[in-house]
Design a protein around this ligand. Sequence first.
Ligand code: WT7
Length: 651
Amino acid sequence: MSNDFTSVLVENRVFKPSPEFSKKARISSMAQYKKLYAESIKTPDKFWAREASELTWQTKWKKVLDWKAPFAKWFVGGKINVSENCVDRHLLTHRKNKAAIIWEGEPGEQRTLTYQQLHTEVCRFANVLKAHGVKSKDRVLIYMPMVPEAAIAMLACARIGAVHNVVFGGFSSTSIKDRLDDSQAKVVITADGGYRRGSVVPLKKNVDEALKDTPDVKCVLVLKRTGQETEMKEGRDFWWGDEVKKVKTTCPAKAFDSEHPLFLLYTSGSTGKPKGILHTSGGYLTGTYCTSKYVFDLRDDDIYWCTADVGWITGHSYIVYGPLANGATIVMYEGAPNFPEPDRFWDIIERLKVTILYTAPTAIRAFIKWGDEWVKKHDLSSLRLLGSVGEPINPEAWMWYHKMIGGGRCPIVDTFWQTETGAIMISPLPGATPCKPGTATLPFFGIDAAILDEDGKEVKANEGGKLVVRKPWPSMLRNIYGDTERYKSAYWGTYKGIYLAGDGARRDKDGNFWIVGRLDDVLNVSGHRLGTAEVESALVSHPAVAEAAVVGRPDEIKGQAVVAFVTLKEGQTASPELTKALKNHVGSAIGAIAKPDDIRYAAALPKTRSGKIMRRLLKEICSGGKIKGDTTTLEDLNVVAALSAGTKDDD
Ligand code: WT7
């Protein structure tokens, strides 16, 4: 990349793709991007139809889009099988014996599955699901470690039209139970355990705990991964390995309607329980296929590694569906980045000759902290492209990633998107877009992104406002499972017919989007969304707690740390033991990522006269600042004075 220093100011550093990179890229200049972008916005149906027609449809659609805001149908009348597109269609090409998945377990085992082998495994497992009575549109909960069988299970569901709901392996049994209740899944797919930082995560045990009072689940399919002692309930629990031996190695890829539900994925909102985001088939696959192709500029000889977990949307769209629909070779790694040593990622890249790395700012910041010597031990010259996702990447982290990992030669695609958007929305195209550290730059083709003020007017350059998308796009969410009203109000209620992302942003004079952060009560901890309301209700469910308010404070590694302000019930006293107990309580209610970093005890919480907790004040208090904002609506000013004086976390 060439380096254009137009000013000594950090914000003005611009990195253009090198001529060598551009020459080989699908989109190789800004002129080409601008032309295609303008066309895609003027005639989106034409753009998306061209992309969709690169996929295999069993019946072609009659109409590209049916939009009755806020309800979209894409590729109306089309019939498609998502698993056929990710697997079978490559068997008719030179990719048949190409590696689809190169997997590495945390203890060090390695396994490679060609597209042909992946096909056999997906078919067998689809037959197992059928044998256990799973039918089209049935919900199936997947709670797995990062092993190829996680992807196989997803693709097997897709193959038979079942709707998967992957639950991140770090979530607790309560989280599993909540999702089972909401989605009414009747089959669970899990493993005895998985490896994480040298220990075994007891996945099956967590499932058993969740199933104690969930009698609707009739079948649990269990992969033997770690081999530890595992209880199996007669008639309900079955070993994956035994079941696949009983079935055929082929399973027809039936055609499903383009709008057939593909999966549910739960994500946090500002109020209430996590929302079950619903994605469907033809549009979702078109979006993930097309963005993988252009943003990562995937090539047949690439070794592509996205380090996310399949439990998050990034794992769905950019480990499984997008790359496999492109016939790419993907790397999948089971464990922690610092096991056995902090150079595990660099070791994998060097050994497997990874060419594209897609990871998160929180990981990059952790690597910076662990020290450059771990990176320098390895030859990373195979890398040609880097990606970032999950939160804004701070310029120092961007520069380190660029220099230390990319050797100054790899473009960085800072990709902005969400669980709801299904696919990348704002991102550089690596052969075309000049990058500035910290901005996700420009909207992807067909994405009509804008920033609006309170009145719905587009703001001027460098003015802040709300990030929106004005036109529907194929991979957009279709609904919140079982809660259409919440779908309408959360995303479409602020500006009529316009999608509200929930993020604040500004555009610079070159049109680059700078994402400032969430505007709602949602925290971004290590690139993952946490609703303050969820953590608060977990705290309040502890017998000692009367009331709780949760806010984020800036954290060097995690982006945001979780701070809980807690008032105790009469007769309870704060103590280090209680602090520990409360943290663990949240851990078991949601999962380790939600554990508060600090707990502060208070006699009362600052509230408005109408009784709303003033989180803004709490945020200012825990960021160490003075109370600057308006306190005129505050009910009791003494409360803030007491909090600022600080009953600090004593853990
Ligand atoms: C929220 C979505 C999409 C996969 C990971 C997170 C933030 C995500 C970026 C980025 C600035 C980003 C936003 C967004 N975010 N990527 N490149 N730059 N912010 O998915 O859990 O649905 O969270 O993550 O705040 O709204 P998610």
